[in-house]
Design a protein around this ligand. Structure first.
Ligand code: DOR
Length: 420
């Protein structure tokens, strides 16, 4: 692996309070002082480009083991690299579920060859069945970095409390898919669009009831919780109030909730169907405000690959859309071009904050840190699903013009993506 010197690049590194043009030197896979660059060094001309710490995506479905026709660890990490993501948290709803040390080890072993750092979530219950607890200590010994029954809530509330207690003792986050299973189960957001389409709706109250439960647990037991893919104004308001009251809650939303609304569903295209569903314009604006004011800490993708065959049937297709290759570009378009926040603030929400929530050494480019970064440029491009690098093409941003493009990604000192 050659040493790399990136010259004359605009460095945006909020963790180091840096927002200026300079050089970046990478030696033996870590950031080093550019003054010390000498000998056989690969030079990259950074003029006209911005450099930021590699993105940390807290919500990714890699589908491996078990559903590798949709994605696998290698292809998913190629998609990550193309989006500037250098660390990702892989959700446990694989086949089998990540409920045994063997499956944790399988993922971590395979990820050694991948183009991003993969962190593994262990499930709280066996097979995500909601009532039989996993051996959390054994999963931790095998290398998990977080706990979740993502894809669904932990049905048995007492097991959620036990998971929060154990996770806190072990120094890991618990990430919560908030949904009341008795209210949930529709196809699109419940409201005018579900009525127009004549399909069962997913009420906002299903998500809000789930959010309320997790906040109540965090408050009552004084334990941290991380709320996944917030999509409703009410959930954002509850999280804001909980934070004000000192509850140890962190939260994420996804780029599709920032850019799109339920109106997309009138196209009857299942690539726009995910759980939680695209909501109303009022909810979309509430997500933007919650990110701006710090109620929501992070942007994560919920990258959820499904094959074109599965997505062909609007009503019966599984929920989920891919997102890692477009997340920075879409968020930049809405938040930076839209005048909501600065590039530095956006990078904080996509790199520093998620790194802090996961407790990993990422999200900043200080000397000695692992050399994870990406170069980007403000440049318009149209999302063509066929040009994306993952196995599945179910992007809700297809055909959209986005305002920033990832040009090059370096993970652990190695160039893992170049925009040709
Ligand atoms: O839309 C979704 N897809 N939401 C989830 O919670 C799970 C995910 C998946 O695994 O496909």
């Amino acid at each position: 692996m050659a040493d790399i010197l990136i010259k004359n690049v605009h460095i945006i590194d909020p963790g180091n309070n840096t927002d200026n043009v300079g050089d970046i030197f990478i030696k033996n896979g870590v950031f080093a002082d550019p003054e010390t660059a000498e000998g056989n060094v690969e030079i990259i001309n950074g003029a006209g480009l911005k450099a930021a710490p590699g993105l940390v995506d807290l919500h990714v479905h890699l589908r491996d083991p078990g559903q590798t026709d949709k994605e696998d660890i290698i292809s998913g990490c190629k998609a990550a690299a193309a989006g500037g993501v250098t660390s990702l948290l892989a959700m446990p709803n694989t086949e089998p579920t990540v409920d045994s040390p063997e499956t944790v080890r399988y993922i971590l072993d395979k990820a050694q060859q991948a183009d991003a750092h993969v962190y593994v979530v262990g499930s709280v219950t066996k097979g995500l069945n909601g009532h039989e607890p996993t051996d959390i200590e054994a999963l931790y010994e095998a290398g998990i970095s977080a706990l979740s029954d993502d894809g669904r809530p932990v049905l048995d509330t007492s097991l959620m409390v036990a998971a929060m207690q154990k996770a806190a003792a072990l120094g890991m986050p618990v990430t919560a898919h908030c949904e009341d299973p008795y209210l949930a189960g529709g196809k699109v957001n419940e409201g005018t669009v579900s009525m127009q389409l004549g399909v069962k709706g997913m009420p906002r109250a299903a998500e809000d009831a789930g959010t309320a439960r997790e906040l109540a647990l965090a408050a009552a037991y004084g334990l941290p919780v991380h709320i996944c893919h917030v999509s409703t104004a009410t959930s954002a308001n509850m999280i804001r109030d909980a934070k004000k009251a000192g509850v140890a809650v962190t939260a994420e939303t996804a780029p599709h909730y920032l850019m799109l609304t339920e109106d997309e569903l009138l196209k009857k295209d299942a690539d726009y169907r995910m759980n939680p569903p695209l909501r109303t314009e009022q909810d979309r604006l509430a997500m933007i405000e919650a990110l701006r004011d710090g109620t929501i800490d992070a942007i994560a993708t919920d990258h959820a690959p499904h094959t074109p065959r599965e997505k062909a049937d609007f009503v019966n297709a599984p929920n989920g859309s891919i997102g890692m290759e477009t997340s920075f570009a879409a968020a930049y378009t809405v938040l930076v071009k839209g005048g909501v926040m600065s590039e530095s603030e956006l990078i904080q929400k996509m790199s520093c904050n998620p790194a802090g929530i996961l407790g990993i050494e990422a999200g900043t480019m200080y000397i000695g840190a692992p050399a994870d970064l990406f170069l980007y440029k403000e440049e318009e491009w149209i999302v063509d699903p066929e040009k994306l690098h993952g196995k599945s093409k179910n992007t809700p941003f297809k055909g959209r013009t986005l305002a920033a493009k990832v040009k090059l990604t370096i993970c652990g000192g190695k160039v893992v993506f170049k925009d040709e």
